[in-house]
Write a protein that binds this ligand. Structure first.
Ligand code: EPZ
Length: 420
């Protein structure tokens, strides 16, 4: 398994291009299942989760082509299977995003239950509640969920018990081909939900209200292929913003959408950073002294849970004490033990972490446990004199395109080391 070695303490200066959003690609790729024909998706990052999604689509009989560019052509004209196997689903929970499109297009779907992951149990009860409200029959057996809608789906009222991003996406996709109107309440407001709705409407869907907590969908008989370009990755953007802050650097993030990182920007300004924003470019200048601040994660437009670990790393070096509350996932403090090994002073109580700033961290051998925790350890290494080695970096490959190359280009002493 590969490792990443960092010799930190160097202010990062220069330009980093922001890649397409992983969490926008996954639903847009599965939305292609809704139509017979070729959809063209551009600005797709080269990530493990994208490759897993392509494998899933090919299992269903789709053809996926991208001639090694960031533009993918996905043709779902001939679907030959409606079953997402456990060996693929267990590696990527977002495989559940195939449920809605498959049952809408073909009246059936059999998808392995995702199972939990490092950050939590990750149930899909809300997804199933929504599909049932659209007339689907649900059967759980042997670790799979089997869904049938012999006479097709019928529009209905769906009100989620809690805000779910992929749940909102799944029901929105399913409702596009349901007979009649569907109203979904307590929807997620994430930009990735809006981007999916925009793509579905390009395919001929009739969706209104995406980006608000109530979405109306008028079902249509069929959808046609369409093209779209993936929005920039707001979590990658936030991660590199913290890289500038934690190294007292000066980074310009090109291709970023500042509207999608408002909460992160506000937080970093509170910590003493300076921001200079132009269309499509965010410049963030870190200061020598980092001010502490408190954080409570919440659904968009609140502070994103996917940035909690990265901000915690910054707070380990802040003047004073910060309290970080994780309200979305039940086990998203896996990075704390590793940060403590680097000298961080963090106390956990339930879903709250109290971080007492220290003057410096010390380089160490640390282990990544999940995608965003691994990013937080890279950030700690960048801020720390001496050498930090991060193992199990396959977690990073799921969500950060060309991370080592991007950081080296702005002065980081970082390299990927292959080890048996
Ligand atoms: C999406 O996951 C993102 N993944 C996650 O990003 C992100 O952390 C999360 O939204 C929250 O913002 C993708 O978009 C592919 P949820 P999702 O359904 O949709 C509970 C990353 O690092 N819940 O909004 O799976 C759930 O357990 C990943 O890129 C139910 O109880 O998250 C969680 O506690 C990690 N029942 C909360 O709701 C359900 O049916 C929010 O989950 C669904 C969710």
């Amino acid at each position: 398994m590969d490792k990443i070695e960092i010799e930190g303490g160097i202010p990062l200066v220069g330009e980093i291009p922001i890649s397409g959003s992983k969490n926008s690609v996954l639903p847009i790729f599965t939305a292609c299942l809704l139509t017979a024909g070729s959809c063209k998706i551009s600005n797709v990052p080269d990530l493990v989760d994208i490759r897993t999604t392509c494998l899933l689509l090919e299992v269903f009989g789709a053809s996926v082509d991208h001639d090694n560019s960031s533009t993918y052509t996905i043709d779902c004209s001939k679907l030959t299977s409606f079953e997402a196997p456990y060996n693929l689903v267990k590696t990527m929970r977002a495989s559940c995003l195939t449920l809605g499109p498959l049952v809408a297009r073909s009246g059936k779907a059999k998808v392995s239950l995702p199972g939990g992951c490092a950050i939590g149990e990750r149930p899909i009860d809300q997804h199933l509640k929504g599909l049932k409200a659209l007339g689907a029959e649900i059967n759980l057996s042997h670790g799979y969920v089997e869904i049938e809608a012999k006479r097709g789906l019928t529009g209905g009222q769906v009100s989620f018990d809690l805000t779910t991003v992929t749940g909102t996406m799944n029901i929105m996709m399913a409702a596009t081909l349901a007979k009649g109107e569907t109203v979904i309440k307590n929807c997620a407001l994430e930009p990735e939900v809006e981007a999916l709705a925009k793509f579905l409407n390009k395919m001929g869907a009739k969706i209104e209200g995406a980006g608000t907590n109530i979405i109306h969908i008028q079902g249509v008989n069929s959808l046609f292929p369409a093209e779209t370009s993936i929005i920039p990755d707001r979590i990658e953007t936030g991660t590199y913003m913290v890289a500038a802050a934690i190294t007292s650097g000066d980074l310009s993030l090109t291709g970023a959408n500042v509207k999608h990182v408002n909460e992160i920007s506000d937080c970093l300004i509170k910590c003493g950073c300076q921001l200079d924003v132009k269309v499509g470019r965010i410049r963030i200048i870190g200061q020598d002294e980092i001010r502490s601040t408190n954080i409570v994660t919440s659904p968009y437009p609140g502070f994103p849970t996917d940035m909690q670990a990265q901000m915690m790393t910054l707070m380990t070096l802040a003047q004073g004490t910060s309290v970080i509350k994780e309200t979305i996932f039940e086990n998203r403090f896996m990075h704390v033990a590793e940060l403590r090994r680097m000298g961080a002073n963090i106390l956990i109580s339930g879903n709250s972490a109290t971080v007492h700033g220290v003057n410096h961290l010390s380089g160490a051998q640390v282990m990544a446990t999940d995608l965003r925790a691994s990013a937080s350890l890279i950030l700690a290494g960048l801020a720390t004199r001496g050498v930090t080695t991060v193992s199990r970096v396959y977690h990073l490959d799921r969500g950060y395109e060309n991370l080592v190359r991007k950081l080296r280009a702005v002065g980081a002493k970082i390299k990927r080391v292959s080890s048996p």
